[in-house]
Design a protein around this ligand. Structure first.
Ligand code: UD1
Length: 422
């Protein structure tokens, strides 16, 4: 297994290109199951999660090819040869549940393994299932699988009022509704940029959708969708992660392709912390000249502060002046990076959903272990701020969501390398 070695760094300088969004791509890819015509995604990120989704779609009979060094995904599913998303693939990646709505809408049947829990929490899929049930699906949970059947004549439009905001459940219901008979109204829908991107792609495929980006989305079902070519939206989480590198190390870095509207709550917190953030014609420029101020953060659904940037922001707060409280409201077990950061000299106390971080003058490099995707990159950021060497193991978590992390950070002067574990 590979490890990443980071050495404490001085100011960073230069540009980092930001890739297409992993989370958008993972929901755009299953949309190919809604049509027998080709769907092509451009600006796709090169990540292991994308390869997992490719394998899942292929196991269902779709053709999926990765072109132009992985930046273009050419997919088509003339006919599905299987309607079963197998446990072996689903257990690797929860987003696999996103094939359920499209398969059910197109062919009236689907069997998808239940994803089960993951390191950051229980993460049930009850909201996905309730939305499809409201559209007339009959669901049977047995042998660890959801066995789903649409009524004769297909799914029917329905009013779905989500009791809590779920990105994945909104995406599954939105895709299913495009081919349902009649009108579907999704209330308390997620408003994330990835949902807006999915709606735009579905519209390019012929779907009738209004209200994406607000909490009420209305979909008028159509008889069939057609092919399209769609560029994947910028990855706001990769963007926020790299914005934190110059915030932690000092210097000035321009994140190419970034836009503040993707991350306004996060940018406000950076501003409060004393970090300069400016939108340019090419992206977002971040610099720091003064010390970092401690600020409190509460994670919330979009447009609030994203849970997927909480671990990375904690790395910044570890070296801030003063005490900050980070509140995690989306996932119940998302502070696993805290004990690892503590091994590097950080002062963090976790009580339930709150972490109290008291800034220290400096961190010290240490061997640390990545526990999940965002936690792993927070350890790299902390390593950049630490004196001496930090060795991050279990970097396969990182490969799920960050393409060329070493190359991108080296490009702005960071001391980072990837080595094979001895
Ligand atoms: C997506 C993102 C993930 C991000 C999360 C929140 C993808 C591939 N992943 O995950 O990176 O951290 O949004 O922004 O896009 N819940 C239920 N029942 C359900 C579904 C969700 O109780 O049926 C709960 C979850 O346990 C969690 C909360 O709702 O506490 C929000 O989860 P959700 O928005 O669904 O996250 P994902 O779509 O899984």
């Amino acid at each position: 297994m590979d490890q990443i070695i980071v050495r404490g760094n001085g100011p960073l300088q230069g540009e980092i290109p930001i890739a297409g969004a992993k989370n958008a791509c993972l929901t755009l890819m299953p949309a190919t199951l809604l049509t027998d015509q080709p769907l092509t995604l451009t600006n796709a990120p090169r990540l292991s999660d994308i390869r997992t989704m490719t394998a899942l779609l292929q196991s269902l009979g779709a053709e999926a090819a990765s072109l132009q060094d992985g930046q273009v995904l050419a997919m088509s599913s003339h006919a599905l040869t299987s309607h079963r998303a197998d446990y072996d693939i689903v257990r690797k990646m929860r987003a696999s549940i996103l094939v359920l709505g499209p398969m059910l809408a197109r062919d009236g049947r689907a069997e998808v393994s239940l994803p089960g829990g993951c390191a950051i929490g229980a993460r049930p899929v009850d909201l996905h299932l309730k939305a499809l049930e409201a559209m007339g699906a009959e669901l049977d949970l047995r042998d660890g699988y959801v066995h789903a059947k649409a009524p004769t004549g297909g799914l029917r439009g329905a009013v779905v009022d989500f009791p809590l905001v779920s990105v994945g459940a909104t995406e599954n219901a939105l895709m299913a509704a495009t081919l349902a008979k009649g009108t579907t109204v999704l209330k308390n829908a997620a408003r994330e940029p990835e949902i807006v991107d999915l709606a735009r792609c579905l519209r390019a495929m012929g779907a009738q959708i209004e209200g994406e980006g607000t909490s009420t989305i209305t979909i008028q079902g159509v008889d069939a969708l057609h092919g399209a070519t769609h560029p994947v939206v910028t990855d706001r989480i990769e963007l926020g992660t790299y914005m934190l590198a110059p915030a932690i190390c000092g210097g000035e870095v321009e994140c190419l392709g970034g836009r503040i509207e993707l991350l306004s709550a996060f940018c406000e917190k950076l501003d409060e912390a004393g970090i300069d953030v400016t939108e340019t014609a090419r992206g977002i420029k971040v610099s720091r000249r003064n010390s970092i101020r401690a600020v409190n953060v509460t994670t919330e659904p979009f447009p609030g502060f994203p849970t997927d940037l909480q671990a990375q922001f904690m790395a910044l707060m570890c070296v801030a002046e003063g005490t900050s409280v980070l509140e995690e409201t989306i996932f119940e077990n998302r502070f696993m990076h805290a004990p690892e950061l503590t091994r590097m000299g950080a002062r963090i106390e976790v009580h339930g959903g709150h972490a109290t971080v008291t800034g220290v003058d400096g961190l010290r490099g240490a061997p640390v272990m990545a526990t999940d995707l965002r936690a792993s990159v927070s350890l790299i950021l902390a390593g950049l701020a630490a004196e001496g060497q930090t060795t991050v193991s279990r970097v396969y978590h990182l490969d799920r969501g960050y393409e060329h992390v070493v190359r991108k950070l080296r490009g702005v002067g960071a001391h980072i390398e990837r080595v094979k574990e001895e």
